[in-house]
Design a protein around this ligand. Structure first.
Ligand code: FAD
Length: 570
């Protein structure tokens, strides 16, 4: 027995070994043993909306991380504990005689709440907590402080705060070795049912009772499989893990002209294989790629490019650095506003618009109750369902929503198109409903970025030019006249002539028959495709009128009239 620290390293938002300030801090303790763990967070596992594709991505990350740990120390690996942190950690501290728990700081509303509880429990148990930022370019709390204690609602605010904070930290090299695991004593493991088990969660099978141990069905604490979880197989072709993330990043950085001259508005939302942007967002979400590693990689390429005489590199907001700054801006807003950042009611920064399908709020917490909403308009409910499942009758919108469901990722401007269509540019459905669908289906779902971008696109916050509506016909045509994205994701229309690919309802009946797909009201079998669910121009005009009215009234999420529902009488 030595007096050296016995450390738990708790992986959460940082499933990587490279450039991890928190992991570096754990190693700097020079521990006698280090237990790398991932806990079964009830919020993630049962309460958040996580579809099979994001689950698979997480499992990929865990498997890859575990192999990379073992490559540095054959006696170590990632231990996946199937129990919530609040109940499992105190048991582990005791059994494993832990002196320190180290993790990457999480500024999400839920993450903070969880970590505050863990810190309290650790204090009671005499365990030291080390929490270090590493998920964003700058620590989001520092950004808020340098922004006068306010949420960052513009890129300029983020940039000014960033300047005050100084240069973004250079990446830390990955460790060359890792300490041994301590003894794996799990005296309590096989009798302990999963904490907060919620078999009503929609994505879980009732049959997975066999899973009620913290060690997994093999008792080995290895990463799970979808089968074990009772989750249907993933359909995405995108793979997770640090190894893939670093390969993908290096490939992008090796294309110096692409990296240096990247301009977001010039990247095609219709491109899918390969896509026009980096597709690194899911790696950033899981922390399998350090944001600062990528940032400095870009800075180096940009400097070299500017010196090369080949031209001038692009600059924020449209450049790659600009994209990373947007991410930090949303993180800053979420860090400040907490739970109220992702809902309208109570949020002072959000304009109130009387959208269809408003949320149901919990009386006690004042928060949106997950997965429920008040159906106040049957027609809008049908539009919402048709939007979600790619059956609107507008091939561009349907292709994107089917791509999203199948693969878990769509291009940023594709996200613009479907978000604008669902909210202010078509259905007038609440942006919170759209954000929930994205939460379930995106492999890169990030609370801060998802809520913030939905607010932007619905013109409730960040952006206010509501008269700029995306046409589901003219917009994609500009990028791809032949509609290849439609042919791929809406295969019913694959033989349609270019002329009708975004407006198939205009094709003559004889051609529809010749091309093997009739355009019918419901489009309910494989040889039919639906007629548009509404006249887009009419809806557009109607939405514009409603937006203007709401802007003129000028209520925000925290106005009393919004909170008590009296806005209805305005
Ligand atoms: P690139 O264009 O290659 O950008 C590089 C990186 O910058 C991305 O990997 C991402 O980390 C970051 N980034 C780029 N654009 C944005 C942006 N607008 N906001 C925040 N970060 C950005 N992004 C998420 O990571 N998670 C989400 O849940 C999410 N939801 C969105 C919802 C809507 C309605 C919209 C319009 C956008 C959303 N975005 C979200 C932002 C953006 O669409 C994705 O980050 C981007 O498309 C990811 O693809 P990429 O990695 O190829 O991006």
């Amino acid at each position: 027995i030595t007096n050296k620290p016995r450390v738990i390293y708790w992986f959460r938002t940082d499933l990587r070994l490279h450039d991890s300030p928190a992991l570096r801090a754990a190693l700097d303790l020079n521990p006698e043993c280090l237990y790398p763990i991932w806990t079964w967070d009830p919020h993630y596992v049962y309460h958040a909306r996580v579809g099979p594709n994001r689950w698979q991505y997480l499992i990929d990350c865990q498997n890859d991380l575990s192999s990379r740990i073992t490559a540095l120390n054959p006696k170590s690996r990632l231990l996946v504990l199937r129990e919530g942190p609040e109940t499992i950690l105190p048991k582990l501290w005791k059994e494993w005689r832990i002196s320190h728990i180290v993790f990457e700081k999480d500024t999400d509303a839920y993450g903070r709440e969880r970590d505050e509880k863990i810190e309290r429990l650790a204090k009671e148990a005499g365990v030291k907590v080390v929490s270090i930022a590493g998920r964003t370019l700058w620590d989001s709390d520092d950004v808020v402080e340098r922004n006068g204690g306010k949420a960052t609602m513009t890129l300029a605010q983020l940039q000014t705060a960033g300047k005050k904070l100084g240069e973004i930290a250079r990446p830390i090299p990955p460790p060359e070795t890792l300490p041994n695991l301590g003894e794996l004593i799990l005296g309590f493991a096989h009798t302990q049912p999963i904490a907060a088990l919620d078999l009503n969660a929609s994505h879980r099978s009732e049959a997975d009772k066999s899973y009620e141990t913290i060690a997994g069905p093999n008792g080995d604490l290895g990463p799970p499989t979808l089968e074990e979880l009772g989750i249907r197989p993933a359909t995405t072709r995108h793979r997770g893990g640090e190894t893939v993330a670093l390969e993908q990043m290096n490939k992008i950085l090796a294309d110096k002209t692409y990296t240096a001259t990247f301009q977001k508005p010039n990247t095609a939302p219709t491109a899918f294989e390969p896509q026009a942007t980096t597709l690194l967002s899911p790696h950033h979400h899981f922390g399998s790629l350090s944001i600062r590693q990528f940032y400095w990689g870009i800075v180096d390429v940009v400097e070299e490019f500017n010196k090369s005489g080949k031209g001038k590199a692009s600059v924020p907001p449209t450049s790659l650095i600009g994209q990373l700054e947007f991410r930090d801006m949303y993180f800053g807003a979420h860090a400040k506003l907490g739970y109220s950042f992702s809902q309208t009611i109570g949020n002072p920064n959000i304009r109130f618009i009387p959208w269809y399908l408003p949320s149901v709020l919990d009386d006690k917490t004042g928060r949106v109750i997950s997965g429920t909403y008040y159906i106040d308009n049957q027609e809008a409910e049908v539009w919402f369902q048709r939007w979600k499942f790619g059956r609107t009758g507008f091939p561009w919108i349907d292709a994107l929503m089917r791509q999203l469901r199948q693969e878990g990722w769509i291009h940023h401007l594709g996200r613009h198109a479907v978000a604008s269509f669902l909210t202010r540019g078509g259905c007038f459905v609440h942006w919170e409903r759209g954000a929930e669908v994205f939460e379930e289906w995106l492999i890169d779902h990030e609370t801060a970025c998802n809520a913030g971008n939905w607010q932007w696109l619905s013109c409730t916050a960040f952006f206010s030019q509501f008269y700029r509506v995306y046409s589901p016909i003219a917009f994609p045509k500009k990028w791809d006249k032949s509609g290849n994205i439609v042919r791929k994701y809406v295969p019913e229309l694959k033989d349609y002539d270019d002329k009708y690919i975004y407006e198939p309802w205009k094709a003559p009946i004889a051609d529809q028959r010749k091309w093997g797909c009739m355009i019918k009201d419901d489009g309910s079998d494989e040889f039919t495709y639906p007629k548009p669910m509404f006249d887009f121009s009419e809806r557009r005009e109607w939405c514009l009128r409603k937006m203007k009215e709401a802007y003129d009234v000028g209520l925000h999420g925290n106005d009393e009239k919004v909170k008590d529902g009296s806005w209805r009488s305005l």
